[in-house]
Design a protein. Structure first.
Ligand code: NIG
Ligand code: FE
Length: 407
C-alpha cells in the first residue's frame, strides 16, 4: 500500500516516548518505511520517490494511543442506571438488584454476531477519531460459552479490518449469570474452567484472561483459581482489582504473575508492594472513578514511589464508563488522580503497550517499531491534557496507513 511509505515533516515536537521520558525532538520529522518507523530526525526529511510527504504544520506528533482496557462489544446501553446513580444509588446496589453487568448480558445474548459487530464498529471508529490505534477488547457480557465466543469472534473481525490493532481478552468471570444466582457460583466457575477456557484456547480467540476480583463477585481465591486455569490454556492473566472494595486483587495479580491489574482504587499496601515486586503494570481507569463518583481514587503517589509502571485506559463500557476517548482518560489521570502530564502521556502510549505485552511493537516512535502515529492539531504537547474536552487528533496512522483524518 502506497501510504506505508511516508515522511511527516514540519512537526513542532515529535514525542518518541523513548528513553523513559517523553523523548521530545523539537522541530522533528519522522520517516516511515514499509509500515514501520524508519527514522526520527531533527529538521525536515527529504521525501524519497514513492514516499508521501505530509506537512504537519508545526503540530505535535506522537505514538498512536493504546487503550489497554475496554469492553467494546456489548448489546444495549444503560442510561437508566446512570440516572439512578445521579439520584444516589451506588454501582454495587444497582448490580445487586440485577442491573449492571447482568442487564447488559441479557441484551448481548439476544444480539446476533453481526449486530454486535456493527455496533462495536461504530464505537471503534469513534475511538480511532480520538487517536487510538491499539485497543484491548474483553468478552464478559455473554456468561455462557456460545455468547462469550461470539463476542470474541466480533473482536477478531474488528481486528481483521486492519484499522485498529485489537487485543482480545476472555472475561467469562465478569459476573455470575442471573440464571445461576450467587448460590451456584461454584458451578459457574466450573463452567468457565472446564468448558469456556478450553473452547477459547481451541479457537485461538483470546490473548488474556481477566477476572472481576471483588469480594461480592469472584473473591481472591476464586479469581486465582480461574486465572491459573487460564494460564494452563495459554492466556496471560490480568485482573479487575480492588475497585468497589479492597478485596486482595492486587495481591492476586502479583501472585499469578499478571501482566496488569486494573482499577486499583483501594489496593492494600501489601498488594501494591507485591505488584511492584512482580512487575505488574497498574492500569488506571480515572474516567470510571470520576464517572461513578467514587470516594476512593487510585493512590498514584504511592505507586510512583514504589516504581509501579502506570498505564491509563478508558474502561469503555455501557455501565461504569461510556468513554471512548483515550486523551480524555489521560486528562482525568492528571486532573482527577494527580498524575503529571508526562505520566499521563506515557500512560496512554508506551506503558499501555507494556500492559498488553506489546511494547516491543507499539507505544514509542523508534526505528523498527510499527508506524502507529497520531498527528495532532496542537502546537505543544501539554495542550493534549490542558485543552479539556478538545479532540487533539488531526490524523491517526496505523502501520503507516492513515486510518482517520479530521476534515
Ligand atoms: O471495568 N468492573 C467490572 N467491569 C466493568 C464494568 C462493566 C459494567 O458495568 O458493565 C468495569 O468497570
Ligand atoms: Fe473493566
Amino acid at each position: 500500500m502506497p501510504e506505508a511509505n511516508l515522511v511527516l515533516n514540519n512537526c513542532s515536537q515529535v514525542l518518541t516516548m523513548a528513553g523513559g521520558g517523553l523523548g521530545i525532538v523539537e522541530h522533528g520529522a519522522v520517516r516511515v518505511r514499509d509500515g514501520r518507523i524508519h527514522e526520527v530526525a531533527k529538521g525536515n526529511l527529504e521525501p524519497k520517490p514513492g514516499e508521501l510527504d505530509i506537512d504537519c504544520h508545526q503540530r505535535v506528533v506522537l505514538p498512536g494511543f493504546v487503550d489497554p482496557h475496554t469492553h467494546l462489544v456489548f448489546g444495549g446501553w444503560r442510561q437508566n442506571e446512570f440516572e439512578m446513580r445521579l439520584a444516589g444509588k451506588t454501582y454495587k446496589e444497582i448490580a445487586e438488584a440485577g442491573g449492571g453487568i447482568l442487564s447488559t448480558v441479557i441484551h448481548t445474548r439476544l444480539a446476533t454476531e453481526d449486530e454486535l459487530y456493527n455496533r462495536a464498529l461504530e464505537r471503534l471508529h469513534e475511538m480511532m477519531s480520538w487517536g487510538t490505534t491499539t485497543v484491548e477488547v474483553k468478552s464478559g457480557y455473554g456468561l455462557d460459552t456460545g455468547t462469550e465466543l461470539r463476542m470474541l469472534q466480533v473482536a477478531r473481525r474488528l481486528g481483521e479490518l486492519g484499522f485498529c490493532r485489537v487485543v482480545p481478552t476472555f472475561m467469562g468471570a465478569h459476573s455470575v449469570p442471573g440464571e445461576r444466582g450467587q448460590g451456584r457460583k461454584q458451578e459457574y466457575i466450573k463452567l468457565v474452567v472446564d468448558e469456556m477456557l478450553p473452547a477459547v484456547e481451541q479457537q485461538g480467540v483470546a490473548r488474556f484472561c481477566d477476572v472481576f476480583c471483588e469480594n461480592f463477585v469472584f473473591n481472591a481465591a476464586e479469581s486465582t483459581l480461574i486465572l491459573e486455569a487460564g494460564k494452563q490454556h495459554g492466556l496471560v492473566p490480568t485482573v479487575h482489582a480492588d475497585e468497589i472494595e479492597s478485596s486482595g486483587g492486587a495481591e492476586v495479580a502479583a501472585s499469578v504473575g499478571a501482566a496488569s491489574a486494573s482499577h486499583l482504587l483501594q489496593p492494600s499496601d501489601a498488594g501494591l508492594a507485591a505488584m511492584a515486586q512482580a512487575g505488574v503494570v497498574a492500569v488506571l481507569l480515572p474516567g470510571t472513578c470520576f464517572f461513578l463518583r467514587e470516594a476512593h481514587k487510585s493512590p498514584v503517589a504511592k505507586m510512583r514511589e514504589l516504581g509501579i509502571v502506570m498505564a491509563i485506559a478508558t474502561d469503555f463500557n455501557p455501565g461504569s464508563c461510556p468513554l471512548l476517548a483515550q486523551p480524555m482518560a489521560a486528562q482525568f489521570g492528571c486532573i482527577h488522580y494527580g498524575m503529571t502530564i508526562e505520566e499521563a502521556l506515557r500512560g496512554i502510549t508506551v506503558n499501555a503497550a507494556r500492559a498488553l505485552k506489546l511494547d516491543s511493537e507499539v507505544g514509542t516512535l523508534e526505528p523498527g517499531k510499527a508506524a502507529d502515529i497520531v498527528v495532532t492539531d496542537v502546537p505543544d504537547y501539554r495542550h493534549i491534557i490542558y485543552r479539556l474536552g478538545h479532540n487533539p487528533v488531526f490524523m491517526a496512522i496505523r502501520a503507516g496507513r492513515v486510518i482517520y483524518r479530521q476534515f
